[in-house]
Design a protein around this ligand. Structure first.
Ligand code: N01
Length: 496
């Protein structure tokens, strides 16, 4: 050991929740050569890309925020998408992260060189960045899924996917068809119904929809109190994090609590929809909470409005003027809204990610995305993911787990800076062991009770975090060196 430090060159891919967190944590940890490459024209990730009418976060805003950048003055208990996007931009500005971020810069390839132990990150514009560490903060719900419905390309009106909303689409007095009933479909139907000439909601699989007063404002004075007392604000945040632990418990272990929430979901439907025929159509044939739970205070009212129709008959084809269902009925439409979700398991792909010995991430993930503790992939030295495979999209705060993961990664990179490591790569054995633990823990989760959801990979695995927050902290608090192949720096490299 020479005691000479070297500054690691770090590339973070993505400037959404995970990328902003990572950039902040790494800079706080004293690293100075950080570049964040973001393909969008702004930071914010999903909150930049999604701006469909009615977009609201169904996680309370006092929880859905960075622990290191609390916002006292949310206008609503559940903020809308535009407000959340503004928050992300403000955080980036206030923390001085803008200078690290290159917008409109899509990464198309990251390639590891076995000889030099350096990554080369290539952008769509052909620029290349050498990096000692690459961190993929590329998000989960990122690539819109467009269903392969016969005739979709023949539709003469407007077709818009909710994740790529076109602000020029005029929905007022239009005949609107919405396909899909996840969180997005439910929100967009509720928002468009009041001013539409008609709205037909095409639902292939019914969803349980928990009632919650989503439009309630944050109580007057709360913002001022929290601003004056950061300690109180921190206590509130920690209290909400603790509360979300109850949700994780409900999802991961059968208990009276789970049954109570499920009873509430059934009650939400029964109380709000009195028409038995409609209620039967809206009743799922699987347990509440099995899919990502939908929350809404307005959907059931919207779908019972005069101008709204629930269509559960399967779609046979899209025609130039509307949609024909399997029973032969044709319903006309001017606008076709695809609320059909995402390719949720692409992660950094379609980026070409090429690791040790030329292995690609597609080779490594033939059976579905697989990582060690959400963050390390065998075959890919000096590369980490933040909110990677098995991230807790269904249970624990994403901001919390992103920060925990970033702090974990920072410890590895500190080893590089201090010259105790040159390369670090998780072992196959440790990854197998972690995934075996995941499989066992997934058994009693509600996500595993027999429904089809975006949580499932094509191999049928549930791509979520089946443990509690304490386990996450224990797993990511400190690197476990026994789980990694570690190369020490060569003496001549140390000198150089
Ligand atoms: O997508 P989804 P989403 N014909 O995959 C249907 C987050 N989010 O965008 O169930 C007919 O849940 C599909 O039907 P089925 C949140 O995590 C958060 O709504 O496969 N229908 C389903 O109904 C959420 O879970 C907020 O039978 C077709 C729908 O499309 C995640 O994003 C707000 C079809 C897709 O639902 C994804 O939600 C919004 C076809 N060929 C979103 N193909 C917050 O508030 C697909 N469908 C935080």
């Amino acid at each position: 050991m020479t005691g000479v430090v070297r500054e690691p060159r770090i590339i973070v891919i993505g400037a959404g929740v995970a990328g902003i967190t990572t950039a902040h944590v790494l800079r706080e940890s004293g690293f100075s050569d950080i570049t964040v490459l973001e393909k969008g024209s702004d930071v914010g990730g999903v909150w930049h890309w999604n701006r469909y009418p009615g977009l609201t976060c169904d996680v309370p805003s006092q929880l859905y925020q960075f622990g290191f950048a609390p916002k006292p003055d949310w206008s609503h208990l559940w903020a809308d998408g535009a407000t959340i996007q503004r928050y992300h931009r403000d955080v980036v500005d206030q923390l001085g992260l803008s200078s690290l971020i290159k917008l409109n810069t899509e990464v198309v390839e990251a390639r590891w060189d076995d000889e030099t132990s350096v990554w080369t990150v290539t952008t769509a514009a052909g620029d290349q960045y050498p990096a000692d560490f690459v961190i993929c903060a590329t998000g989960v719900l990122h690539h819109p899924f467009t269903p392969d419905i016969p005739g979709l390309d023949t539709f003469a009106g407007t077709v818009v996917h909710t994740a790529r909303w076109d602000d020029d689409v005029d929905t007022q007095n239009a005949r609107i068809a919405v396909i899909g009933t996840g969180s997005t479909g439910v929100q967009v139907v509720s928002a468009l119904q009041p001013r539409a000439a008609s709205i037909d909601h095409y639902v292939r699989t019914a969803q349980w929809i928990l009632w919650a007063p989503m439009s309630v404002k944050q109580f007057p004075g709360v913002g001022a109190v929290l601003r004056r007392s950061p300690r109180l604000h921190a206590q509130l945040y920690n209290g909400l994090l603790w509360g979300s632990g109850i949700l994780a418990d409900i999802a991961t272990r059968p208990s009276w609590r789970r049954r109570a929430v499920q009873a509430y979901a059934r009650l939400s439907l029964r109380v709000q929809v009195r028409d038995e025929e409609l209620r039967a159509k809206l009743t799922p044939d699987y347990q509440p909470l099995c899919k990502r739970q939908v929350v809404s205070g307005t959907y059931y009212r919207a779908i019972q409005a005069e101008n709204a129709q629930l269509v559960t008959e399967p779609i046979a084809a899209v025609t130039p003027t509307g949609i024909r269902t399997a029973d032969g009925t044709h319903r006309e439409a001017d606008i076709l809204v695809l609320a059909t979700g995402f390719h949720a398991h692409h992660y950094m792909r379609p980026m070409r990610l090429i690791g040790r010995g030329g292995v690609t991430v597609d080779d490594a993930w033939t059976k579905g995305p697989r990582a060690y503790r959400m963050t390390a992939i065998p075959g890919f030295p000096n590369l980490f993911t933040v909110l990677g495979p098995n991230s807790p999209s269904g249970s624990i705060s994403l901001q919390f787990s992103a920060e925990l993961t970033a702090r974990y990664i920072a410890q590895w990179i500190a080893g590089f800076r201090d010259r105790t490591i040159a390369t670090v790569e998780v072992t196959d054995e440790a990854t197998d062991r972690f995934n075996a633990q995941v499989e066992t823990a997934m058994g009693p989760t509600v996500w595993n009770t027999g429904c089809n959801s975006w949580y499932l990979t094509t191999g049928g695995d549930v791509d979520l975090w089946p443990f509690d927050r304490a386990t996450m902290i224990a797993m990511l608090d400190r690197p476990d060196v026994n789980d990694f192949h570690i190369q020490r720096p060569l003496p001549d490299k140390e000198a150089g």
